[in-house]
Write a protein that binds this ligand. Structure first.
Ligand code: NAP
Ligand code: HSE
Length: 425
């Protein structure tokens, strides 16, 4: 049976998981593919570090360049993270004509276009199923399963760490810092966890998905991002989304922010480390994908899927059968956040006295922003009380201006808190 020799760079959470999964299911994969996956070498930073997954020391090296340049190694797997050494090693491998598998969404977000071009120039390929939504095969869905569709909506919970934190805070009233530390112990969080909690990891992922869905490259600077540090998001999920107008015209919305979703919507019941992605295509209609979004085994499963594709492409001599990214939308553009229209939940802390609500309603009225409902728990006159308002569709620019004016009123005792409400129409 033909054998593909793997050079795996990185033996941490994901690298260890991939090694373990090949030990466990290597024979099954070979019988399905007709190709044997053989781990020839693994590069790590520290050979002697204790590892939860036992990797024979004879396989380990600290010399990643030696692995990439080894003529016996025919397929490179980048699992070190970061954007510096990872970029260098992926470029080196591609220039040698070796296909590369990566789980590194930060790298793709920052340097995707350069890496895809390098793959194309060297007539080889770059595979990245594990870069988005852990074990959910969403890259294959967009590039192959839904290839006959124009994508008009794509929403998702795409960061396992944030969803895990929000779920535990809501269910148990757990402390943010404690749950984040647990997410790190479980191998869910990035080496730099601010990438998770400040929304950047979700932005890297939605940039990749939006690019595939809409056919033009969406870089990180084009994506509006809010994270989950704000206390008000305790009861909401962070949703990354991209949508196009029904007539298919650009620009498209691409953003990441905490969002209230209706209890009846399937996304409302996606808990813990699970991710879910909802995709609407003009031919297929609505589709939904669900699974573990982070962690060793889920991510290893996605890497195995790429290894299988890469091994088959090597076997059949079809390395560029499905190129990593094919731009097809020349006029593609992203809608500025100021122009994005949404509904909002607004929470104010106000002095309970006659005229307060009228002042606030007048400001919304002058801004041509409609209020759909108001809740004010009973308080004592003269004391401060919460005032909750649900706001009809308004642009981000309009609500931001109105809330700045409201926040400056003497009867408003704390900066207004606002969270968007998504109804998935
Ligand atoms: P990790 O546990 O920190 O592992 C990183 C590995 O890379 C370690 O084995 C480390 O060696 C090795 N390494 C770092 N710099 C190196 C260098 N210069 N030369 C050789 N080896 C080097 O990280 P991870 O969680 O596995 O994540 C890896 C990648 O997968 C990242 O891009 C991440 O975003 C992505 N990803 C992670 C998950 C997840 O759930 N964790 C899910 C999807 C995608 P030592 O072990 O000796 O320190
Ligand atoms: N840190 C990422 C997450 C890993 O929590 O979703 C999976 O990409």
């Amino acid at each position: 049976m033909q054998q593909v020799n793997l050079g795996i760079i990185g033996g941490g959470t994901v690298g260890g998981g991939v090694f373990q999964a090949i030990q466990r299911n290597g024979a099954l994969i070979s019988s399905r593919l007709g190709v044997r996956l053989h781990v020839a070498k693994m590069a790590v930073r520290n050979i002697h570090k204790p590892r939860p997954v036992k990797i024979p020391v004879a396989l380990l090296t600290t010399d990643w360049a030696g692995v990439v340049n080894d003529p016996q190694v025919t397929l490179i797997v980048e699992l070190i993270g970061g954007t510096t050494t990872a970029r260098e090693l992926v470029l080196n491998a591609l220039k040698l004509g070796k296909p590369v598998v990566t789980a590194n969404k930060a790298l793709l977000s920052a340097h995707g276009e350069e890496l895809f071009e390098a793959a194309q120039n060297s007539r080889t390929n770059l595979y990245y199923e594990a870069s988005v939504a852990g074990g959910i095969p969403i890259i294959k869905v967009l590039r192959e399963g839904l290839i006959g569709n124009r994508i008009t909506r794509l929403y998702g919970i795409v960061n396992g760490t944030c969803n895990y934190i929000l779920t535990r805070m809501k269910a148990e009233g757990a402390d943010f810092a404690d749950v984040l530390a647990q997410a790190q112990r479980l191998g869910y969080a990035e080496a730099q966890p601010s990438l998770d909690i400040d929304g950047h990891d979700a932005a890297h992922k939605i940039g990749i998905l939006a690019s595939l869905a809409h056919g033009f490259w969406v870089g990180p600077k084009q994506i509006y991002v809010e994270g989950i540090r704000m206390g008000i998001v305790k009861k909401a999920g962070t949703v990354a989304g991209t949508r196009r107008k029904p007539n298919g015209c650009a620009p498209v919305q691409v953003s990441v922010y905490p969002t209230l979703v209706p209890n009846a919507h399937v996304l409302a019941s996606v808990n813990d480390v699970f991710n879910a992605i909802y995709v609407r295509g003009d031919v297929v209609g609505d589709t939904l994908y669900y699974g573990r979004g982070a962690g060793q085994d889920a991510t290893a499963s996605a890497v195995l899927s790429d290894l299988a594709d890469a091994a088959l492409d090597l076997k059949c001599g079809t390395k560029s059968r499905i190129p990593p990214f094919v731009p097809h939308e020349r006029e593609g553009a992203v809608l500025p956040i100021d122009e994005v229209v949404a509904r909002y939940y607004v929470r104010l802390n106000v002095i309970d006295k006659p005229g307060t609500l009228a002042k606030i309603a007048a400001i919304f009225g002058r801004s041509k922003i409609g209020i759909s409902s108001v809740i004010q728990p009973e308080g004592h006159e003269g004391e401060s009380v919460p005032l909750i308002l649900m706001i009809h569709d308004a642009t981000n620019a309009a609500i931001t201006r109105a809330l700045a004016t409201i926040g400056a009123l003497s009867v408003v005792k704390a900066p207004p808190a606002m969270i968007r409400v998504e109804n998935f129409e």
